[in-house]
Design a protein around this ligand. Structure first.
Ligand code: NAP
Length: 231
């Protein structure tokens, strides 16, 4: 288990995305690890001056096995990787959200990683007739089967964020759900900040379970209980 201001190392997949970006910020603010490796397909400008050594590994996800070094020597792996069917097509979506994630988990385990923290989705179900939910259910099972000492799966509902990428349908949904969150705060949506804090909190507290699944309400609870900025 990591501790605030502790040593150790973690990696982050998807650190350029909406959740991953906030997660990286939280890891630098709360400092549960002294070293963070961002593993992605392109070079990013990294946060400096936090006291955490943030490194970067640029990898070809189609040849992930050739980048086994990037996954070696980490205590914890965080995964916020993902694309959409409209952006990558059905096959591309399966490749990124299932195959890349499962391969990364295998390499991480082989490299000594003990705890994998996966951002999945509300209603993930390997038997679903909806491609998105089925793939999320499948990737959960594949990651569980890798056999980490500990595996935390988060199943957030609609993410609330100021998305950099243009996704018109999601933009409209976010408007509606921001309003509905005034009445049903933990049912249909969750801010990315809450997801990121829940991910960090998960490595800071012990769990009796080898595989722990956090549904949306539990993500809210864990994320809210975590240290807030400036505290
Ligand atoms: N949107 C929602 O409301 C929602 C709800 C529940 C769960 N989720 C899930 O939560 C996770 C994170 O979502 P998010 O919205 O924070 O992510 P996001 O902003 O879409 O970012 C996705 C990340 O995946 C990387 N990525 C995408 N395609 C890739 C590819 N072909 N090769 C390598 N890397 C690739 C991106 O890298 P680049 O920057 O290089 O593209 C980025 O770092 C996803 O799995 C998503 O399905 C989303």
């Amino acid at each position: 288990m990591a501790a605030p201001g502790g040593g150790g190392s973690c990696f982050v997949l998807g650190a350029s995305g909406e959740t991953g970006r906030v997660l990286l910020r939280e890891l630098c603010a709360q400092r549960p690890f002294s070293r963070v490796t961002v593993i992605g397909r392109r070079q990013l400008s990294l946060p400096e001056g936090s006291g955490v050594a943030v490194e970067q590994a640029v990898v070809d996800f189609e040849r992930l096995a050739e980048h086994a070094d990037a996954f070696r020597g980490h205590d914890v792996g965080f995964c916020c990787l993902g694309t959409t069917r409209s952006k990558a097509g059905a096959d591309g979506f399966v490749r990124v959200d299932r195959d890349y994630v499962a391969k990364a988990a295998e390499l991480a385990r082989a490299g000594g990683c003990k705890h994998f923290v996966l951002q999945s989705s509300q209603h993930a179900n390997e038997n679903s007739s909806f491609l998105y939910l089925r793939v999320k259910g499948e990737v959960e099972k594949l990651v569980e089967a890798v056999g980490f000492d500990r595996c935390t799966i988060l199943r957030p509902a609609m993410l609330l964020c100021a998305r950099q990428e243009c996704r018109p349908t999601e933009w409209i949904m976010q408007k509606v759900l921001r309003f509905s969150s005034l009445f049903f705060p933990t049912a249909y949506s969750v801010p990315v900040e809450t997801v990121a804090r829940a991910m960090v909190a998960s490595v800071l507290q012990p769990s009796g379970e080898k595989v722990e699944v956090l549904e949306n309400k539990a993500i809210h609870q864990r994320g809210k209980a975590a240290p807030q900025p400036g505290t």
